[in-house]
Design a protein around this ligand. Sequence first.
Ligand code: ADP
Length: 872
Amino acid sequence: MGAQLLASQLLGPLNQPESQTVVAPQLYSRVLPHPSNDYPTYLLPTRQLNHLPLTSTFPPPTNTTTTHPAPNTTHITMASEPKQKVAVMTSGGDSPGMNGVVRAVVRMAIHMGCDAYCVYEGYEGLVQGGSYIKKTEWDDVRGYLGIGGTYIGTARCMAFYERAGRLTGAKNMILNGINALIICGGDGSLTGADKFRAEWPSLVEELVATKQLTQEQVEPYKKLNIVGLVGSIDNDLSGTDATIGAYTALANICEAVDKIESTATSHSRAFVIEVMGRHCGWLALMAGVAIGADHIFIPEKPRKDNWKEEICEVVKKHRDWGKRKTIVIIAEGAMDRHGGKITPEMVKDLLADKKGLALDTRISSLGHLQRGGPAGAYDRMLATLQGVEAVKAVLDAAKAVKEGKPQPETCVIGINENKITRQPLMAAVAATQQVAKAIEAQDFDKAMSLRDTEFAEMYNSFKMTTAMGLDTSIHVPANKKMRIGFINVGAPAGGMNAAVRAGVAYCRSRGHEPVGIYNGFAGFARHHGDKPEGAVRGFDWLEVDGWASRGGSEIGTNRELPEESGMELMAKLIKQYRFDALFLIGGFEAFHSVAQLRKARDTYPELCIPMTLLPATISNNVPGTEYSLGSDTCLNELVSYCDKIKQSASATRRRVFVIETQGGRSGYVATLGGLGVGASAVYIPEEGVTLDMLAADVRHLKDAFQKDKGRSRAGRLILVNEKASRVYDARLIANVFREESNNRFESRDLIPGHLQQGGIPSAMDRCKAVRLAIMCIKELEKFGPKPFENPDKIKNDPTSSSVIGIQGAHVTFTPMEELENQRTDWKNRRPNTAYWTDMKEVVDILGGRPKYPEPEKSLFGQIAKDTKRGLA
Ligand code: ADP
């Protein structure tokens, strides 16, 4: 039985008279109140709404049933039980990814058997009602994922600050029969939502008492069912690691600064770059980490009275090393310990002071550029998964009420490392407000502690990498100093260099000796020796410092495994170079290498040194982690490639692109890429491809193009992993589709290939590289120097060879032995469970893919069963 049936059976009845239900709305721009008419000017929409998508070309629905193109379960409406009406709204400052939220909420709501509504222009629309609240169909949100900002508009609404405005909002919700409201906005919007929720019972009472509505009318709406999603570029909401839009804004900043850097280096200039963040320094901090800035100013860490000396000391030291550029990132809310504002001009004057550093200094304020453009891959994923979760949350709440159970606490959807969470809205809003209050009260330690743990860790990481060597108090004693070998193994992946840089910086801060092993195990085996160009070399910091944003692998990488290079030789070299520990960065080959080295310890006691692996591969197929460096860079490349391809169909229409993705035998890239571009289908090795599947998908596409009648200007995308099938590759699938389409559509195959490895690594890969690399060196530090003097101790300690990974809500080190023996599908070179199976289901649901015959040999079904976190 379908999830839709379940939803319509379980959810509360709506005694909404048909006459009050808004159906088949008019063309939106026509029914807008004229600016000079009904509303005081402050209530007016900030812009015309004739930008609204598709509705102007899409005919109004002829009945209330959905135009959803046959979702993968049969849609059943219970005559006696009107559908739930779930509305979505975007509010406050716009952020990239808001459109993805709208798409996900609308389609998931329809999939679950509800009617979906959009409230245009944020709370403004709720207060104004009428045509601002509009039923939305499946096709209305097509193409939303690739569009920046918010298509359904957002506005600052003064009226909603007042009870009278919220009263009108409540009335409009009830009149439109809206059972549940999903709001995507920043802390202001969620504060408003929290107030609305707290006041709701009294608002409903007042509506009856003042005879605006009858008791009968309000009866089904006694409890407000509301859920928040955080759409904000500032990443300023407590209780979630990332807000929708923050990583795209960070990427925008990094892209701009990467460009500024080249001119800074050419002229040996200093740049003071102002970024957004009045109360929250997340953007400035993460940009500082990703870029390898010389200094940052953030509101949570105001400067001591000697901040001027402090910055001059750091910058002078960097210049003494020979650095030709100086980059200072300053958040809008930067201040000193006494609450005095620190402005970019003040910093510029300081750096340019003729009596001091006398640097040619410029200011660059990035302004609204930071918010702009389409969402990056991560924000599309976040927006989609959180939108789906929000619908689940409102339906769970409705179900609880229907069953006479207490309504769950109103929640905001967050993410903790890699796990989508539900947090109590009230607590999250209160904690966020506390940060602002703590900053105002100059209680900065408290402000810092109220941010998530990643924030504090990132701040310390930044300090370690920039003020390296200035603070000798963090040096380890001489007898604890270690010589740590750094090696890259496998194909290059975005963030490898940033990880090496951070690891080197951390080692130097602590007084350890980082040593590069160039060109993987192959380089180690063939070019060892004491020549200056040999494979084993110390790092020149001036060179390494420039690696923060560089793609590829500067120390060189190679796929060769230690056994291929010769294990005996490896053991001899490790001893010869007196390595106390090995820090490996790479993909499945690196994982395999650690396994080989660990097992060989029985034969070669020289290998009894601690080793840890930081996974870095675009395929994200390393056991022990849900995230590998480089996978975000790859997805961004893939998503922007697909956006362009999709758009190229706008002239020709009716075109299906079958795109082959990398990923080895893991369907991660194809699936997450599919999530980011709204693919019509994704073919992955875990599931395989069969003729039956292809036939079902051809039927669906023919059907969809026929219904569409050329209205949609963009093409449709199918993503095929390179190893999804031994026979049906992208070309064959495209040919089959073309042949079977009966001229209803055209199809093309495309192979982006190595483009997916990306150029400049993404901001996320760079930031995570820094954090995780430092954690890895800290882990190795625990074992201390000369571990080989006590080989049995190392051999018997399972933690002495490990993989760092993000697993659900945690970052953990997992012993290699456990991963090798229990969690690796060696034949297919991937973990034996895949945490992203739910996401494949989301791609199918939101892409409108009908149910297809499950392949007989699908591993996916089993994996899905094993790892399911429960989608519906
Ligand atoms: P953001 O959501 O990006 O932080 P704002 O702070 O401007 O943006 O909030 C957006 C809208 O949310 C406001 O225009 C207002 O309508 C509503 N809002 C914000 N704070 C409150 C509040 N304390 N009470 C009621 N409504 C609020």
